[in-house]
Design a protein around this ligand. Structure first.
Ligand code: GLU
Length: 419
């Protein structure tokens, strides 16, 4: 499958999911069109003078899918696969995620079509500052608040905050979340997505009657989300038998030694060739016979080609959009419990919200305040999705989408259908 197929599918999948929710909710076509349309799409060119003097021009995007329930919110992705349709899909998913967790935001996403691993730190900084200047007319603490996503991190957010502040002539920490602690970031933000993924995974295991101490799991995508999620799950007693990244994968039926694995991956930049397990084809990791599969990388990895070979009892979507709409149907038929991305990986944006609230109030929470708040919100969203699924006899994805889309639609209706 080529990169462009994956991206085209992400938007198709997001649209199929919305259409299903609209059908369940019985909404008219006009409201469907409002819910599906992005409120604002910004495309900017991002010229970069390389360290050797060469000039390259990248393309940057910021798509604000919805502002019906509050300012637009969502991450910034740096990847050579970024394009407008992918960003549109990811922005739409942010709208549903924020609504499902009942935080007062709409949804957005941004990105630049650059592979950050090919740039020096100085080039990355220049690129980030130019991109931020380009989108500065449409972002801001009350309009649209970026955060990290694939290929970006706290340092990227620090540069974004500084570049945006320069356009306003004053420091504006609330313009981005996921900042370093020294610039007004929140305790617990860096590990929040992973903590939420693990929390939801344990709730899903409990629902299926599986004790953590007898559970096995695999993590596809040992990166920012996957590595910490694996640690949290292992702390709870789950045996992590295989992990993968873009370069390779390792497998050990007795359970991987995660602290040694982390040291290896930090040193080599990959889990491949880790001595504490046997090498395995990264694609095969998705098909192992385990209780829990956590896809924690990018869209479309569980698709029509491999879904019938998935043996896991539960999939918890650490990534955005890892299961295609076609794969969803196959998994439903084979009885796999799929916990959708807009619930499973919402921990990041929940703590982004806490960070934004702390900045607005100028009052900083302790780590236990943040962790308790995160766990409570994830548990509440899990329970409401479970109740909705039980009452309507639907999958967790359809239940989550109906709840989220219903909330956004109510906001549109209350405002007069103009937002
Ligand atoms: N990029 C993360 C996500 O996909 C976090 C977004 C945010 O915190 O705004 O949910």
């Amino acid at each position: 499958m080529t990169a462009s197929t994956v991206q085209a599918n992400a938007l198709d999948d997001a649209r199929v999911q919305l259409a299903e929710a609209v059908a369940v909710l019985g909404y008219p076509e006009g409201l469907h069109r409002i819910l599906g349309a992005a409120r604002r799409e910004t495309t900017v060119s991002v010229p970069l003078v390389r360290d050797n003097g060469d000039v390259e021009v990248f393309t940057g995007y910021r798509v604000q899918h919805s502002i019906a329930r509050g300012p637009a919110k969502g991450g910034i992705r740096y990847s050579s696969e970024v394009n407008l349709d992918e960003v549109r899909a990811l922005a739409m998913w942010m709208t549903w995620k924020c609504a499902l967790l009942d935080i007062p935001y709409g949804g957005a996403k941004g990105g630049v079509d650059v592979d950050p691993r090919t740039l020096s730190p100085a080039e990355l900084e220049r690129l980030t500052r130019t991109y931020t200047q380009g989108i500065s007319p449409v972002i801001g603490p009350d309009n649209d608040i970026p955060a990290p996503d694939v290929g970006t991190d706290e340092q990227t957010m620090a540069w974004m905050m500084d570049a945006y502040s320069a356009t306003r002539g004053r420091g504006v920490p609330g313009v981005v979340t996921g900042k370093p602690l020294d610039l007004g970031g929140s305790l617990g933000r860096r590990t929040s997505t992973s903590r939420g993924v693990a929390h939801i995974s344990l709730l899903a295991l409990a629902k299926e009657g599986i004790a953590p101490s007898s559970a096995t799991a695999v993590v596809q995508g040992y990166g920012k989300v996957g590595a910490d999620a694996a640690d949290y799950l292992a702390e709870a007693g789950v045996r992590i038998i295989s992990v993968s990244d873009r370069f390779g994968a390792v497998h050990n039926t007795d359970g991987l030694d995660l602290s040694r694995l982390r040291a290896h991956s930090e040193e080599r930049g990959t889990v491949a060739a880790f001595g504490g397990g046997l090498p395995i084809d990264p694609a095969a990791v998705l098909e192992l016979d385990v209780d829990l599969l956590v896809p924690a990388a990018v869209e479309g990895v569980v698709n029509a080609d491999n879904a019938s070979r998935v043996c896991a009892r539960i999939i918890v979507e650490g990534a955005n959009g890892p299961t295609t709409a076609e794969a969803d149907k196959i998994l439903e038929r084979s009885g796999v419990l799929v916990v959708p991305d807009i619930l499973a990986n919402a921990g990041g944006v929940v703590v982004s919200y806490f960070e934004w609230v702390q900045a607005q109030q100028g009052y900083w929470w302790t780590l236990s305040d943040v962790e308790r708040g995160l766990d409570d919100r994830m548990t509440a969203a899990w329970s409401s999705v479970l109740d909705q699924a039980a009452t309507t006899g639907s999958t967790l994805r359809r239940a989550a989408m109906a709840l989220a889309v219903g909330r956004v639609a109510r906001a549109h209706r209350a405002r007069g259908l103009t937002h």
